[in-house]
Design a protein around this ligand. Structure first.
Ligand SMILES: *Cc1c(COP(=O)(O)O)cnc(C)c1O
Length: 362
């Protein structure tokens, strides 16, 4: 379709075009039901298939062992900031938090609001969150260690995860879930708002290990308890049906079109990111904001020589069909979000534009 732009939005973000086309094709009559997916019962067989297929694809793609459960919840990743400690942190427990930017700061604050015993064991705030902390001392016996695997706003990413000496890791993977293969076994829980790498906003993927489920107290409101959702396969109440359907199709798109699943996805993502980073490193017009070893493959954050040029860059990019390159309002500068659904071709167009822009304005 030639009236579509290359979409570098941070979230909600690009979805694969074949997924959008399939949604359109199925909209009026979902799988012969004579109704759209928006109108069918969440207790119907047709929806059950969608939900179970989505769960199965998450398990396959991430190679989840049998003791992990896959849930689709509402309330965004932001609700996980309080749901995690509410469910997993008893009154006598402590938990460790690593602060690598806006979202992990929020996660920590929400646990504090609940009066939980949480410790910030490492932070990269001293240099405006441009790196990932190393050599972290964890609290012996901590109930979990929370981190944000990809820092959407600051443009850093954990390329490998810290050795916690067996303490369960919990990660907000909203902006890099399914972008690369990973060993899930150190993780007690993984959560991700869908609107970056999985689908639309309104549905949150939660992957929880069964021993974590056993920690959930009985005195939680049902909607806030992982247990009620796990016991009912995410249909304790009406789930976000449309969102789950789009997630299912996005995962199907990975499995059907990307060779080697997440290994292949990671190769494409590395290629995309290095197109932009290499171009920036070759000159001195663009300045990547994250330390070289900790750069995100999903959110490329950078500055230009001055703010006027940054404005001009974003505006001219848009005139050239490249949308969504403005940095987060809290940090300024520019950001190219190059999630799974952003094609290599889109990134090549961006790289070509960046070269031209630097030449004309450098
Ligand atoms: C976008 C984002 C969030 C916020 O997600 P909501 O679904 O809007 O609550 C949280 N964490 C990270 C890492 C994000 O990128």
């Amino acid at each position: 379709m030639d009236n579509r732009v290359h979409n570098f939005n941070p979230g909600p973000a690009a979805l694969p075009l074949p997924v959008l086309e399939e949604i359109q094709a199925e909209m009026l009559n979902f799988k012969g039901s004579g109704m759209s997916i928006l109108e069918i019962s969440h207790r119907s067989e047709a929806f059950d298939e969608v939900l179970n297929d989505a769960v199965a694809r998450v398990k396959r793609l991430l190679k989840l062992p049998d003791n992990y459960r896959v849930l689709f919840l509402q309330g965004g990743a932001s609700s996980q900031f309080f749901q995690v400690p509410m469910n997993l942190l008893g009154p006598d427990d402590e938990a460790d938090y690593i602060n690598t930017g806006t979202w992990s700061t929020k996660a920590f604050k929400e646990a504090q609001i609940l009066g939980c015993n949480v410790r910030e064991v490492a932070s990269s705030e001293d240099r405006n969150f441009c790196y990932i902390p190393k050599d972290i001392q964890f609290t012996p016996g901590a109930a979990y260690v929370h981190l944000t695997s990809n820092n959407t706003i600051k443009g850093t990413q954990w390329l490998t995860f810290p050795d916690t000496g067996g303490l369960p890791l919990i990660s907000d993977m909203s902006s890099d879930i399914m972008s690369r293969p990973m060993d899930v076994t150190p993780f007690g829980l993984i959560y991700a708002g869908a609107q970056k790498n999985l689908g639309p906003s309104g549905v949150t993927l939660v992957i929880i290990r069964e021993d974590m489920l056993e920690r959930v107290p009985d005195n939680l409101p049902s909607m806030l308890s992982y247990k009620s959702h796990a016991d009912k396969n995410s249909t304790y109440n009406t789930p976000p049906c449309f969102g789950i359907y789009v997630v299912q199709m996005t995962l199907k798109w990975i499995e059907d079109t990307v060779e080697d699943g997440l290994e292949g996805m990671a190769r494409v993502n590395e290629r995309k990111a290095s197109l932009i980073y290499d171009l920036m490193d070759e000159g001195d017009f663009y300045r990547p904001t994250a330390d070289k070893d900790n750069r995100s493959l999903m959110n490329v954050t950078f500055r230009l020589p001055d703010e006027e040029l940054e404005k001009k860059f974003v505006a001219q990019a848009l005139e050239n069909g490249l949308s969504g390159l403005k940095g987060h309002r809290s940090v300024g500068g520019c950001r190219a979000s190059i999630y799974n659904a952003v094609s290599l071709e889109a990134v090549k167009s961006l790289a070509a534009f960046m070269k031209d822009f630097a030449q004309a304005n450098g």
